[in-house]
Design a protein around this ligand. Structure first.
Ligand code: NAP
Length: 436
């Protein structure tokens, strides 16, 4: 028998469990730990609430969870409730699937001003992550600046633009829906330090900006490279750039019908945030040129008004005491997923925050192959029986998958009209909802 502990119940965690099930069948016991009482990580609190079809992938994880050989161990924080070293003594392999939940920082003046948020916090707020549910962003100003040109920046700009009606069918949490309803935003500037050919946005997500009821995307035709240069781009990026060209061709009459402008500002590198009375009022940017793919400052500076700033510039994995960490890359130091004997990482914790949800599936299967090579048929460790003893001794209040199903039932029962669920946004309510 092999005993595997997976830390983190997001896509990387569940795909690894699925791979373990497929490889070893009844000859494995997998425990998936999560610090929250609810599973699925990024699917629940990262994927945009109006992207329900992407969230639907959790049905696949439920299938994995329904096998006897995989169990969810929620409400247990590895690092404080139980140390990694203790898990290593109990399990043949410990796999860190903890994602990259912390925002990268810009590291310049003004980042600590009020109404400046990283995307982990801001997305967590509208998705009801207990850590960020009380963020309370002030949306009463007219200008928002979203820094970064990836899909997270698009999510944030789109969510800030939508009307209450456009959230029908989504599971955006009520506190965010109410706050957005009161929003006075007129411009949302998406700020990129490089040019149209260097965006990280994908076509489907960009195309959604054309469908918005009260907002339209603005691109200055002057900043677009010559059309023939698009031929050199890989097909996905070429499609995205074609959409930017479509945005640039939107007639003024259409823009005039919309109350919110989503402005693409290219070749603009943020250098500091300015404030008044402790609150952000503007972003100072330096004009850039792209040389050999890199943004190079021109020495020309301008200021953009900003009542709200959301930085969408990537994420970092949380370090864990005793686990080697690559500071520069913001992830665990690893060789193809191996960190130390018996200790592995997978998903964003292994490779950094890139790729789609599906990218984590081959990752999970690859790590299970490595573990198979390393541990053979297991090291006769105590596995879940040993952990249960430790949990009893420590009085840990474990939330099981069955408990989660009760929590989910309560969320579904509380759903407002047209919404799949009303999420609990604090740990106490989640735990109370699991019943007796
Ligand atoms: P991302 O795709 O890596 O984009 C990060 C953006 O931040 C880039 O445009 C980058 O510009 C910019 N940036 C980084 N440092 C900066 C700085 N100091 N100043 C100005 N700009 C800076 O990351 P992401 O948007 O966080 O997305 C993470 C992953 O999740 C991606 O793989 C993404 O596709 C995925 N995702 C997918 C979906 C979806 O499919 N619907 C939704 C959300 C996220 P440079 O390129 O110049 O460095």
């Amino acid at each position: 028998m092999r005993h595997i502990a997976i830390i983190g119940s997001g896509p990387a965690g569940y795909y690894t469990a699925e791979a373990a099930q497929k490889k070893w069948g009844e000859e494995v016991r997998v425990d998936i730990f999560d610090r929250l009482p609810v599973p699925f990580g990024l699917i629940r609190t990262g994927v945009a609430p109006d992207h329900q079809s992407i969230k639907g992938v959790s049905r696949r994880y439920e299938k994995t969870a329904s096998g006897d050989n995989v169990r969810f161990v929620g409400n247990v924080c590895v690092g404080s409730d139980v140390a990694i070293g203790e898990l290593q003594q109990l399990y043949d392999a410990v796999v860190l699937a903890t994602g990259a939940p912390n925002d990268r920082v810009l590291g310049f003046e003004g980042e600590d001003l009020a109404n400046v948020f990283g995307s982990a916090a801001f997305v967590g707020w509208y998705n009801g992550h207990p850590q960020f549910a009380r963020l309370d962003p002030d949306l009463s100003g007219r200008h928002a600046v979203v820094i970064g040109m990836g899909n997270v920046a698009l999510d944030v700009a789109r969510i800030l633009s939508k009307t209450q009606g456009e959230f029908a069918g989504s599971d955006i949490v009520l506190h965010a829906l109410d706050a957005l309803e009161e929003s006075n935003l007129e411009t949302i500037t998406i700020l990129g330090r490089r040019g149209p050919h260097q965006i990280m946005m994908t076509p489907k997500e960009l195309g959604e900006l054309m469908q918005l009821e009260r907002a339209s995307p603005h691109v200055d035709p002057e900043v677009l490279p010559p059309l023939e240069d698009d031929a050199l781009l890989e097909p996905g990026l070429r499609k995205s750039v074609t959409l930017l060209r479509d945005f640039a061709a939107i007639p003024q009459s259409i823009h005039g019908e919309k109350s919110i402008a989503i402005d693409f500002a290219f070749f603009a590198s943020p250098v500091r945030l300015l404030g008044d009375d402790g609150k952000v009022t503007a972003v100072e940017v330096e004009r850039t040129e792209v040389k050999a793919g890199r943004a190079v400052g021109t020495g020309e500076f301008t200021r953009l008004p900003a009542d709200l700033v959301v930085t969408c510039i990537g994420y970092r994995t949380s370090p864990i005491e005793g686990v080697p960490y690559d500071e520069r890359a913001g992830k665990f130091a690893n060789d193809e997923g191996r960190i130390l004997p018996g200790l592995y990482c997978v998903g964003w914790a292994r490779r950094g925050p890139s790729g789609t949800i599906g990218t984590n599936r081959p990752d999970g299967f690859a790590i299970v192959d490595l573990i198979d090579d390393d541990i053979g048929s297991g090291n006769r460790k105590r596995g879940r029986e040993g952990f249960d003893e430790l949990a009893r001794d420590r009085g840990l209040d474990i939330v099981t998958f069955r408990d989660w199903q009760e929590i989910e039932k309560a969320e579904i029962a509380a759903a407002r009209d047209g919404s799949p669920r009303e999420k609990f946004v604090d740990v106490e309510s989640m735990i109370a909802a699991r019943g007796g």
